[in-house]
Write a protein that binds this ligand. Structure first.
Ligand SMILES: N[C@@H](CCC(=O)N[C@@H](CS)C(=O)NCC(=O)O)C(=O)O
Length: 303
C-alpha cells in the first residue's frame, strides 16, 4: 500500500491533475471525497484551516496544493518519473502556465457557458473564496473571446507535438501532460459541445485521447473518519530548516496562499526547502500534524 489518501472531489480540475499523475505512476491510492463548498469539517482539522482541494495525506503529513502534491508523490515514488526526460524546469513552468493562464480560460469558458445555471450557493462560496465578485454575466459575454484564447493555447501544445511525438516531452507521459490535459478535461466534461475537438489540430486531440487513456491508477475509496484515524495514529516525518530560514525556524508563523483561499495555517515553522514550507501543528483530537505548502505562491510571516 502506498498510504496515499487524496482529499478531493471528482469534478475538481486540480485533483484531475493529481489523479492523472497517479495514473502515470500506476499507484494505488485512496480517494477521500470532500465537500465542493464550505464548510469542510473533516478537512480543516488536518490542514489547520486551508480549504482548497486537493490535499494529499500520507499518515500525519498533509500536503496542500496540487503543485506540491505531485512533487511529493514523485519524490516518494520515483520509479516512473513525472519528468521522463529530466527536463524538470520546463515541466514545472508548463505546469505553472497550465494552472494559471490556461486554467483561467477554462474557468471563464465553463462558467460563462453555464451562466444562470450556476448554483447560487456555489457562487456565494467562490466569492468568499476569492474576495471578488463571481460575475457569470461578464464571463458569458467573454465566451467567444475565451474560446479563441483556449484554441490559441491548444495551438502552442500542438506545436510541441508537431513532430509526431506522443506526449509533450517525447515518448513517455509526465507532469507537463497531466497539467495541460486537466484543463481540456475540465472544459470538455463541464461544457460539452464548446471545444470537444479542435478540427485543425488533430495531433492535440490524439494527445488528449492518449492522456485520457492513462487513467487514474488503482483507486479505492476511504471515509473522512478513517482518514482522520490514520492521521491520529501516525507520526509526521522528520523535517529540517534551510539556513536561510533559520530566523523563523522553530517560531510561530502563519502561511497562506497569496492568490485566493487565503485562510492562514498557523503553527511552528518546522521545515523548509527551496520549494516547500512545513508547519507543525498540535490538533486537540489528532495530535501532531505537519502541513506542507509550496513556497511559490504562499506567504510566510511570523505571528
Ligand atoms: N493552486 C491550488 C489551487 C486549488 C484550487 O483552486 N482548487 C479548487 C478546486 S479544483 C478549490 O479549492 N476550490 C474551492 C474549494 O473546493 O473549496 C492547487 O493547485 O491545488
Amino acid at each position: 500500500m502506498s498510504g496515499i489518501i487524496l482529499h478531493q472531489y471528482d469534478s475538481s480540475p486540480f485533483s484531475e491533475k493529481v489523479r492523472v499523475c497517479l495514473g502515470i505512476k500506476g499507484l494505488e491510492w485512496q480517494a477521500c471525497d470532500q465537500p465542493v463548498i464550505m464548510p469542510k469539517p473533516d478537512l480543516t482539522p488536518l490542514t489547520g484551516g486551508y480549504r482548497r482541494i486537493p490535499v494529499l495525506q500520507i499518515g500525519a503529513d498533509i500536503y496542500c496544493d496540487s503543485a506540491l502534491i505531485v512533487r511529493e508523490i514523485d519524490r516518494r515514488f520515483p520509479e516512473i518519473s513525472l519528468f521522463p526526460t529530466g527536463n524538470r524546469g520546463m515541466a514545472n513552468v508548463t505546469e505553472l502556465w497550465a494552472d494559471r493562464t490556461l486554467f483561467q480560460s477554462a474557468v471563464m469558458a465553463i462558467f460563462g457557458t453555464l451562466g444562470e445555471n450556476v448554483d447560487p450557493a456555489f457562487i456565494k462560496d467562490r466569492e468568499a473564496l476569492s474576495g471578488q465578485p463571481f460575475n457569470v454575466q461578464a464571463m458569458k459575454a467573454l465566451v467567444p473571446f475565451t474560446i479563441t484564447q483556449i484554441k490559441a493555447q491548444a495551438a502552442l501544445l500542438a506545436e510541441q507535438l508537431a513532430n509526431g511525438q506522443p506526449f509533450l516531452e517525447g515518448d513517455k507521459p509526465g507532469l507537463a501532460d497531466a497539467a495541460a490535459y486537466y484543463n481540456f478535461w475540465f472544459i470538455r466534461t463541464f461544457s460539452p459541445g464548446l471545444v470537444d475537438r479542435f478540427d485543425d489540430l488533430p495531433q492535440l486531440d490524439a494527445w488528449y485521447d492518449r492522456v485520457k487513456a492513462i487513467g487514474h491508477g488503482k483507486r479505492s475509496e476511504t471515509s473522512a473518519a478513517d482518514a482522520l484515524t490514520v492521521a491520529k495514529a501516525s507520526t509526521p516525518a522528520a523535517t529540517s530548516i534551510l539556513p536561510s530560514d533559520s530566523a523563523l525556524g522553530g517560531k510561530k508563523v502563519a502561511v497562506a496562499a497569496a492568490d485566493y483561499g487565503r485562510d492562514p495555517i498557523i503553527g511552528i515553522l518546522a521545515g523548509s526547502t527551496h520549494t516547500s514550507l512545513t508547519i507543525e501543528r498540535e490538533d486537540a483530537s489528532l495530535g501532531t500534524i505537519k502541513v506542507h505548502v509550496p513556497r511559490l505562491g504562499y506567504s510566510l510571516a511570523s505571528v
